[in-house]
Design a protein around this ligand. Structure first.
Ligand code: 4NP
Length: 154
């Protein structure tokens, strides 16, 4: 299974989702590939936002070594499932889809907690610590459910 997490800047939500999912996948020894990307180009080459690094570290996961990159159409070939955080990410990713197969790979991360509700992981960039903590909680619960759903390990 090859999984790509996508948000806007690839410095807050999707690198956290990458780090948290990779941590769980490694503990369970699953042969999965996990990566992340942003739909925007603003932060290409940058590490995650320091507030997300600290929030993640406080929960035992180090994401400080990650590096932002932009989502491209090639990602539809290189990944089996593409998880977006919000509706705007969804629209931006779908705009680059060429085939129905491409489109069928795109999901909201919170679908694993609230199927087909298209619920969003809110953008914490202009928020405070409680917004970053909320993102961690949502991402942690959703990635746990993702593994359960995709491995039928119920
Ligand atoms: P992310 O958060 O999409 O979760 O990485 C953001 C990061 C940067 C910006 C917006 C959201 N920005 O406007 O620069």
């Amino acid at each position: 299974m090859r999984i790509l997490m996508v948000c806007l800047g690839n410095i807050c939500r999707s690198p956290l989702a990458e780090g948290v999912l990779r941590h769980k996948v490694s503990k369970k020894k699953l042969p999965w590939t996990v990566d992340s990307a942003g739909t925007a180009a603003y932060h290409i080459g940058n590490p995650p936002d320091h507030r997300m690094i600290l929030t993640s570290k406080a929960n035992g996961i180090d994401i400080s070594g990650l590096c932002a990159r932009q989502f491209t159409a090639i990602d539809f070939v290189n990944f089996d499932r593409i998880y977006v955080m919000d509706q705007s990410n969804y629209n931006n990713v779908l705009r680059l889809a060429k085939t129905n197969t491409d489109r069928s790979k795109v999901f909201f991360l919170l679908d694993h907690l609230h199927p087909s509700n298209q619920m969003e992981v809110p953008d914490p960039y202009y928020g405070n610590q409680s917004n970053f903590d909320e993102v961690f909680t949502l991402v942690n619960e959703a990635t746990e459910a993702l593994i359960t759903d995709l491995t039928n390990d119920k």
